[in-house]
Design a protein around this ligand. Structure first.
Ligand code: MN
Ligand code: ZN
Length: 354
């Protein structure tokens, strides 16, 4: 039987390049995709380190998956051989309460590619045609990977119900925070505030639509929040793209009355919040998980010129050298905006994207 290579997290802390059977199309998984690139996301690093509460092992990780359609079954209508596609990572039961209420991203029996079932750090995948979305024509595969984190940003913004009189705080300006900024600004809120502990990232955010930047390592976060929001009200929408143990408490404390606080983290480390902190301001604390059919929306935004994903990634790495990619990611070097694994050509370790 023909074999393909894959990156498998055998157990927390142990990454292996393994061989697995070549996938074949069938009635359900009626499209064979030759994977071209797959992004390294914070949640992939969490699965590698054993801090992602949702993951099961051993697992072929990777949920930011783009490639070329190389074979289709008779029931596949949405795509054809030669199409460049991104694959939706969410698979749902279609019957539970969440699914019945149009929220398959939190299906009771949710199976996320690269988390609960095998994902995209491999050479081929067989998937249903309904989970494939056509890439914009001139977008490189390595850049198209960023469509996925952009869908995550769209989901958080829809959960936050951003309006034009909102003052929005985006906590964290890593890969997710950057994508969040690109979507938040399309809502034209009154003000966009970003916070991060790296000045380089804040500088980049200011050049890309943020109005105010806060570095909590260098200035008093709560004082600055008061200073920069109208009448010291505090942000009316706070989105946590840093997802550290304490960021939820911080955002609750910073938030203005009647505000929304959006959580996106996967840590299970307890943190202290108080009833009064939420009740007194009548805050909405809302989780935002994955994305609910947002791929086409993001692709449309790119095709309309409202979202630009060209050359936003920082590093590329052959997937067979994934260990070096994960090790480099662990250095938290401020030059890292996004590391993307590629599946073509000679193996090479992590290097700057040109
Ligand atoms: Mn991701
Ligand atoms: Zn369901």
């Amino acid at each position: 039987m023909e074999k393909i290579k894959a990156v498998q997290i055998v157990k927390p802390g142990e990454l292996k390049i393994v061989e697995m059977d070549m996938p074949h199309i069938d009635e359900t998984n009626n499209v064979l995709v030759k994977i071209k690139a797959s992004g390294l996301c914070g949640s992939d690093a969490g699965i590698y380190h054993g801090t992602n509460a949702a993951a099961t092992y051993p697992r072929v990780i990777g949920h930011e998956i783009v490639g070329e359609v190389v074979e289709t079954g008779p029931s596949a209508k949405k795509v054809k051989v030669g199409d460049r596609v991104i694959i939706d990572q969410v698979t749902a039961c279609g019957h539970c309460y969440a699914c019945r209420h149009g929220r398959p991203n939190v299906c009771q029996h949710l199976q996320v590619r690269g988390v609960h079932i095998d994902g995209g750090y491999r050479e081929y995948m067989a998937v249903p045609d309904k989970d494939c979305y056509l890439l914009p024509d001139n977008l490189r595969y390595v850049d198209a990977v960023l469509i996925e984190p952009t869908t995550i940003a769209c989901q958080a913004c829809s959960r936050a119900q951003i309006a034009e009189d909102d003052e929005v705080l985006i906590n964290g300006q890593g890969a997710l925070g950057t994508r969040m900024l690109s979507i938040v600004k399309l809502y034209h809120p009154k003000k966009i505030i970003v916070s991060d502990i790296f000045d380089e990232k804040l500088e980049y955010a200011l050049q890309n639509g943020a109005d105010v930047a806060i570095n909590p390592k260098k200035e008093n976060f709560f004082e600055k929040i008061k200073d920069v929001t109208t009448d010291g009200y505090g942000p009316t929408v706070s989105i946590d793209c840093a997802c550290t143990k304490d960021s939820l408490g911080t955002l609750i404390q910073a938030s203005g009355n009647a505000g929304r606080v959006i959580t996106m983290g996967f840590t299970t480390t307890p943190t202290e919040v108080t009833n009064f902190g939420i009740t007194a301001k009548e805050l909405d604390i809302r989780g935002s998980r994955l994305q609910n059919r947002k791929f086409q929306q993001v692709i449309d935004l790119i095709n309309e010129g409202k979202v630009d994903l060209d050359h936003k990634i920082s590093h590329v790495c052959d997937f067979r050298e994934a260990q070096s990619g994960f090790d480099f990611n662990d250095t938290h070097d401020p030059s890292i905006r996004k590391i993307v694994f590629t599946m073509e050509g000679e193996p090479y370790k992590v290097r700057k994207d040109q």
